[in-house]
Design a protein around this ligand. Structure first.
Ligand code: MG
Length: 235
């Protein structure tokens, strides 16, 4: 079955690298930076909990930006400062500056062991692309060189598992759904989403947390290097 495969698409966050660590670090760097730019009382109550609570409120009010992590973060920061008495113009500038620092730091990810070598090997035999609901800037990273492109949900009407992003990737890769294998850690977004458009699916179950994807995905792996065996390549 795998000999029909001509291209692979990958989820990014928690598939190629652990995301939570880099997000937490980026949140911290952002908060420290904003503290240097604002009156101390504006950031006195700022922490993960209060920021996330406000973000939840913002998303409830503007559900149309929920899948755009850039807009969501900027809008939440802007609201944070407006709530503390900043003018809209100042709140807007601070939000942009906060996001800039966050975004830069957020790109500083460490691929899981063996990932870079695996992608390198795969890229010699298959076309590779990324499909993410997050805002990682893959093509600006070192490993971006192994990929043809990276699609972000913020540029689409709907995030995964909706078919739009998968269909666009297939179109750009010039392959039929059954010739493309999608690899991702999220059952709903990655496995069910890709399966719905007819792609082959690999559930990346790194932490072996559950078996819920076993019957849904065509293959289950706990280490990306397993793809080389699956696709009959010798790493
Ligand atoms: Mg993921």
């Amino acid at each position: 079955m795998t000999k029909l495969i001509r291209a692979l698409t990958f989820d990014l966050d928690n598939t190629l690298w652990e995301t939570d660590v880099s997000i937490l670090r980026a949140e911290d760097v952002m908060a420290r930076h904003l503290r240097t730019l604002t009156p101390s009382e504006w950031m006195a109550e700022f922490n993960l909990e209060t920021f996330h609570a406000l973000r939840k409120l913002v998303v409830e009010e503007q559900p149309q930006i929920a899948h755009n992590l850039t807009s969501t973060r900027k809008e939440t920061l802007k609201r944070w400062f407006e709530n503390r008495g900043a003018t809209t113009a100042i709140a807007y500038d601070l939000a942009n500056e906060g996001f800039r620092v966050f975004y830069e730091e957020r790109q500083n990810v460490t691929p899981y062991p063996g990932t870079v070598a695996t992608l390198k090997q795969l890229s010699k035999n298959f076309k590779l692309a990324a499909i993410t609901n997050g805002n990682a800037d893959l093509m600006a990273m070192q490993i971006g060189r192994y990929f043809q492109f990276s699609l972000k949900s913020q540029d689409f009407l709907e995030p995964k598992p909706a078919p739009g992003m998968f269909e666009e990737a297939l179109k750009l890769l010039k392959v039929d759904p059954h010739e493309c294998m999608h690899v991702g850690d999220d059952i709903e977004h990655d496995v069910i989403g890709a399966r719905q458009v007819g792609m082959k699916t690999v559930w990346f179950n790194m932490h072996s947390l559950s078996q819920e994807g076993d019957t849904l995905a065509d293959y289950v792996i706990t280490d990306l290097r397993e793809l080389l065996h699956l696709l009959k390549l010798h790493g």
